[in-house]
Structure formats: C-alpha cells, structure tokens
Design a protein around this ligand. Structure first.
Ligand code: NAD
Length: 350
C-alpha cells in the first residue's frame, strides 16, 4: 500500500538530514509518495511566513508528516514556528524515545526510556506579562501581594482535560508497546493548583490501567534518579516544561542530540521530527549526524502500520554504531551525513 506523506525538509541542516532519511526509508521497500512542502527561514521571502497555510493544509490532509528542524526567526513573527505547528494541528503529545543503540562511552549502554511530554499547556502557553505592564500590579492585588516594578510574569495553566488526554496517551502507549510501568512526574507539593491537577488526574487514569504499574515522582527527585538509576524507569509522562528538560537529559544519557528522535501526535495528525534544531553553523557542510531524523522516520513507519520496516531501520542503526566505521563527528567518527545515510540504506538492502 502506498502512503502519501507530507515532507518538510525545513532549513539549516534540515535538507541534508532529510535526503539521508529519504534514502534510508526508501531502502525499507515501503512505498511512500512524498508531498514536499515549504517551511522554514528560507521560504519567508516568498511566502511572508516560515509556515505557509498550504503546508499546514497538506499535513491535515495526509495526517502524517516527516519534518526537518526549522529555525525560529529572531525578532517578530512567531514566538516559535514549531510551537505554532503543534498548536495549529493540536499535536498535544510529544513522544521522545531514548534508546542506547550500542554507543560506546555513554554512561548507560543499555537504556530504553520513553518520555511523553504534554505539548499545549504549562509555561509554554505563552501567557506572559512584561516588566512594567500595569496588569502585573492588578495580578498582585488579586494574589494579595505587591510585585516590584521590575517583575515579569509567566503563567502556568494546567487543566484536567489536557492532563487526562496526555496521561491516557502515555498509558495507551505502554499497553500497545508492551511496556511495564508509567511514572507521572510533577511538583505538586509546591504547585498544588497546577501540578496538583496533573497528579490527581494521573492517579485517576492509572487506576483504569491495572495491567500497567504506575508511580509518581517529584521532578527534582526524578532528575537525580534518572542520572543515578535510569534503568528503574520505563515510560514517563510529564507536563510541558519538565518534559522538555527531562527529554534532553534522557537524550544525553543515551548519546546526545544525534540520536534523539521525536514525534508530535494529536488525535488526527502526527508530525515526526528530530529533537535537535537546525544547527545553522553546520548547515551545508554534510557533516551533521542524520540518525535522529532517520529514527524519527522509523517512528513514523510504526505509526502508519509499517512496524517491521521501522524495526529494520532501528536494527540497521544498531549495526552501524556497533561496526563503528561510519560515524559522524559527534560519535567520534569522520564520516559525512550522506555516508551514514548510504551505509544504513546498504545494511537494510542486505
Ligand atoms: P540545535 O539543536 O540546532 O544545535 C545545538 C548544537 O547541537 C549544534 O550546534 C551541534 O553542535 C549539536 N547538534 C544538533 N543536532 C545535531 C546532530 N544531528 N548531529 C550532531 N550534532 C548536533 O540547537 P540551537 O542552536 O539552540 O537551535 C538552532 C535553531 O533551531 C534555533 O532557531 C531554534 O529555535 C531551532 N530549533 C528548532 C527545533 C525544531 O525544529 N523542532 C528544535 C530545537 C531548536
């Protein structure tokens, strides 16, 4: 069966890693018709925006996209193009698997963790009042305290609805993928009216999944536990800010941004993309590691029912890393982006 998938190569290093990923995906034999759409800094002049409406329409129509990183333009326009895409398509779940794949010299050579991050609320909701805004004094009156004239405020909304859907997503993911445990992460001891809601809903939802072990952890303790004993954890579900921070920490545990795939998933659509950004200083040099993008492609294959092909890519990545002679600079090698794509395609083709 042929799959029609929207492709956003993005900008910076995006087009290079996209080429490598296309080659590897083609080697699996899965028939994909790519609908390549404009997005990123390089389309600003033509479209007046880094994310044209027709690009969002293509994702809505095809329901699945593979996306390279996009630079957030400095000064004006969107606060972040990526946040805009997630909001426009209501991609409320951010999925970040962190696996070791045999990389040498990582502190934990045999890890397999999954971070599920809420994507729509929390301090990323964009509700902020800048220094000098008169509303800050009004908020002070409401809160029964006086803010100094130099105070800025960011608001952290957390709702039962958004908490429930992300926590259910995490438990459903655990069931579908044969995972044993889900850990809910929060700071409800301090933020009783925001993280408190997240924790309360976590406990309610956990009770609906008796076959999955559940526990909750306060985020500072969780951070320490992940550095010392990450093997105790399996799937973690977190509000937006903690999810952002802990997913990078987990990527670091298994080898860094070069091996950190991701997905942003909603009820109707899903966008697969590496965790890292557009790394502008490396753009056009054919030296960046394409594996995060390639593994994002493998996640995408699982999502569209081509799990066997997705596994072939994961196995090929493991083989390439263990062979050790086609690695980019971040893994201690001297190979290029295209060398890694070519070698993975060869391994898959047998
Ligand atoms: P970045 O992830 O682009 O790069 C930081 C550094 O990490 C790079 O200089 C490089 O040394 C290393 N690195 C990143 N990816 C790598 C890879 N695949 N292989 C090897 N090394 C790699 O972060 P940044 O410099 O903070 O952000 C650059 C731009 O990307 C910003 O405009 C930011 O807004 C954007 N960004 C986009 C996304 C996205 O599209 N989802 C995500 C994060 C950042």
């Amino acid at each position: 069966m042929k799959h029609v998938i929207t492709l956003l190569p993005g900008d910076g290093i995006g087009p290079e890693i996209t080429e490598a990923a296309k080659k590897v995906l083609a080697a699996t034999g899965v028939e994909i018709e790519w609908e390549e759409m404009p997005a990123g800094e390089n389309v600003m002049e033509k479209y007046g925006t880094p994310i044209p409406d027709e690009t969002l329409e293509s994702i809505r129509k095809n329901k699945v996209a593979l996306k390279g990183p996009i630079t957030t333009p400095v000064g004006g326009g969107f606060r972040s193009v990526n946040v805009h895409i997630r909001k426009a398509l209501d991609l409320y779940s951010c999925l970040r698997p962190c696996k070791s794949y045999g990389i040498k010299d990582v502190p934990f050579p045999d890890l397999d963790l999954v971070v599920v991050r809420e994507n729509t609320e929390d301090l990323y909701a964009g509700i902020e009042f800048g220094k000098g805004d008169p509303k800050i004094q009004e908020l002070g009156k409401l809160a029964g305290c006086a803010f100094s004239a130099t105070t800025g405020i960011s608001i952290k909304p957390i709702s039962e609805e958004a908490s429930r859907r992300i926590i259910k997503f995490a438990f459903d993911y655990a069931v579908k993928n044969g995972r044993k445990k889900v850990t809910g992460v929060h700071k409800a001891n301090i933020m009783k009216h925001s993280d408190g809601i997240f924790l309360e809903v976590f406990r309610e939802v956990a009770a609906e999944y008796p076959s999955i072990e559940s526990e909750d952890r306060i985020v500072d303790n969780m951070t320490m536990q992940l550095v010392k004993k990450p093997e105790l954890y399996d799937v973690m579900v977190l509000p937006n800010l903690y999810g952002d921070i802990l997913s990078d920490l987990c990527a670091g545990l298994v080898g860094g941004l070069g091996i950190a795939p991701g997905a942003n998933i909603g009820d109707d659509t899903a966008v697969f993309e590496p965790t890292h950004g557009s790394a502008p200083k490396h753009a056009g040099k054919n030296r960046i590691n394409p594996i995060s993008m390639i593994l994002s492609g493998a996640l995408m294959l699982n999502h569209i029912g081509e799990g066997e092909a997705g596994k072939k890519i994961e196995d090929a990545v493991r083989q390439l890393i263990v062979e050790g002679d086609t690695l980019t600079y971040d893994f201690g090698g001297t190979s290029s982006t295209s060398d890694v794509g070519d070698r993975l395609a060869d391994i898959i083709a047998g």
